[in-house]
Design a protein around this ligand. Structure first.
Ligand code: SAM
Ligand code: CA
Length: 220
């Protein structure tokens, strides 16, 4: 028995999925279609989608934000967990990737819950703040360009209500965060972001070693 996070071998990971993953067919189909793309590793893991859906239900979220849509898996997992009057403000800059997302959202019957903004996410989030929507959202998921993580977090922090949750993806960055040889811009940005959040007393945090690492930050 270990009191450290267990090292998931291929077989143990397969077992985890076998005994816990309840992936709806529509999400499975989206994962299947995305797997043929050269960028497929940008998609979140299915067990992470299931965790995010559970978190959204636990906090009774209705209004949410997504920064980084890609082919729409995380937004779809969250949208399916939201109530009928739920809403996701979804931010991306790629017409190509999000055209796949739109197709699946429509097929799943959740497209009325998702408001896609094709523009740099800092602009979209800044506009929401300017429109007086600060402290009105329940949940945010940050998963776009790593260089802007701190800016996205600060915008989401303003937009989220007290008691709301911000989830930030790829915080372990395939282990590069502890590799001194890795000094590229993305790796440095994630290291800096992780340390920034550790020192941020405005939030309660937990770094969950699921998939590529997911930090949960609850606004006090
Ligand atoms: N959450 C997605 C999923 O579950 O499949 C994966 C998101 S993928 C890692 C990152 C996305 O961020 C890409 O679709 C990319 O087009 C988008 N992106 C990159 N720079 C951006 C920016 N400045 N503003 C908004 N989106 C951006
Ligand atoms: Ca990601």
């Amino acid at each position: 028995m270990s009191n450290k996070s267990i090292n998931l071998t291929e077989q143990l990971h397969a077992y985890l999925l076998y005994v816990s993953l309840r992936e709806p067919d529509i999400l499975k189909a989206l994962r299947g279609e995305t797997s043929s793309l050269p960028t497929a590793n940008m998609q979140i893991a299915p067990e992470q989608g299931q965790l995010m859906a559970l978190l959204v239900q636990l906090i009774g979220a209705r209004k949410t934000i997504e920064v980084g849509v890609y082919t729409g898996y995380s937004a779809l997992a969250v949208a399916m967990a939201l109530p009928d009057n739920g809403q996701i403000i979804a931010c991306d800059i790629s017409e190509e990737y999000t055209s796949v997302a739109r197709r699946y959202w429509l097929e799943a019957g959740v497209s009325q819950k998702i408001d896609l903004h094709l523009a740099p996410a800092t602009e979209t989030l800044g506009r929401l703040i300017d429109d007086g929507l600060a402290s009105t959202f329940d949940f945010a998921f940050i998963d776009a360009d790593k260089e802007n993580y701190k800016a996205y977090f600060e915008c989401c922090f303003q937009l989220i209500r007290s008691g709301g949750l911000i989830a930030v993806d790829n915080v372990l960055w395939d282990g590069a965060v502890i590799d001194a040889q890795k000094q590229d811009v993305d790796t440095q940005a994630i290291r800096a972001f992780n340390e920034y959040l550790l020192a941020d007393s405005r939030v309660d945090i937990s770094m969950v070693p699921i998939a590529d690492g997911l930090t949960l930050a609850r606004k006090k």
